[in-house]
Design a protein around this ligand. Structure first.
Ligand SMILES: Nc1ncnc2c1ncn2[C@@H]1O[C@H](COP(=O)(O)OP(=O)(O)OP(=O)(O)O)[C@@H](O)[C@H]1O
Ligand SMILES: [Mg+2]
Length: 234
């Protein structure tokens, strides 16, 4: 079975999909067969009579994965709300054991499978379970994507603290700028954050206008060697 990595974030909209897509592209460029999964996606638009998960589609394309979209995203939900809320509205019960089974299948087909969570670690998936329970079930390390704007020290340290308390293995943190480059005060703030991180800082992704980038010029923004070494990838 191949390895897995769970991409979580301090919040929704911090750039989990963007960073996971960048990572998938960089790994693929090294000849690594990358699988992707977005087990639960909410806010999916209707296309040709079915709900189309946009994050899952983006990740599939970045990874060059041939797996069917409904295996990559088994729970595509319409309501743009937390998974439990959107599932209840659709009359669907999210089953963590089934997600774990689908993950196993996918990870058997690929060397490394990136799994993107919805929102952050405490987002509920069922009445009894949240995203933290899912990570525990999948038994894979987490990569925490966080934003560079003000407020990030508290959000990032809380996320890392919670992950450690729940005995999740944290691979590292990636700082991302989804809305614009940090101003000087935010830059100073990031130094204070970096000094307090209980886990390696594995990347610093700049703001890319229109979210477009040239792969050959972004290699230094993500420590892929460090990430693979921590994953125990040969
Ligand atoms: N470094 C960046 N430069 C420019 N745009 C970015 C960057 N990172 C993210 N974005 C943009 O910000 C928006 C939010 O990013 P993204 O969808 O990856 O967040 P997310 O954490 O996956 O959100 P969700 O919780 O909805 O899954 C997207 O439109 C994305 O293209
Ligand atoms: Mg996303």
């Amino acid at each position: 079975m191949g390895k897995g990595l769970f991409i979580t974030g301090t919040d929704t909209g911090v750039g989990k999909t963007f960073v996971a897509g960048l990572l998938a592209s960089l790994l693929r460029a090294r000849g690594i067969d990358v699988g992707v999964m977005k087990p639960v996606e909410t806010g999916c638009p209707w296309r040709d009579g079915r709900l189309e998960p946009q994050d899952a589609l983006y990740l599939k394309e970045r990874a060059g994965a041939a797996d069917p979209l409904d295996e990559i995203c088994p729970y595509a939900l319409e309501m743009p709300a937390a998974p439990l809320v959107a599932a209840e509205a659709a009359g669907v019960a999210i089953d963590l054991d089934r997600i774990a089974g689908w993950f196993r299948d996918l990870s058997e087909r690929h060397q490394l499978t990136l799994v993107e969570g919805a929102g952050g670690l405490m987002v509920p998936l069922t009445d009894m379970a949240d995203t933290t329970h899912l990570v525990q079930k999948l038994r894979i390390p987490v990569l925490v994507v966080t934003r560079t704007s003000l407020g990030t020290i508290n959000h990032t340290l809380l996320t890392c603290h919670w992950a450690r308390q729940k005995r999740l293995s944290i691979l590292g943190v990636v700082l991302n700028s989804p809305t614009g480059p940090p101003d000087p005060a935010e830059e100073a703030n990031l130094e204070a954050l970096a000094a307090r991180l209980p886990t390696p800082l594995l990347g610093r992704i700049p703001y890319f206008p229109k979210a477009s980038y040239d792969l050959s010029r972004v290699r230094e923004s993500l420590d892929v060697d460090g990430l693979l070494a921590r994953l125990g990838h040969p």
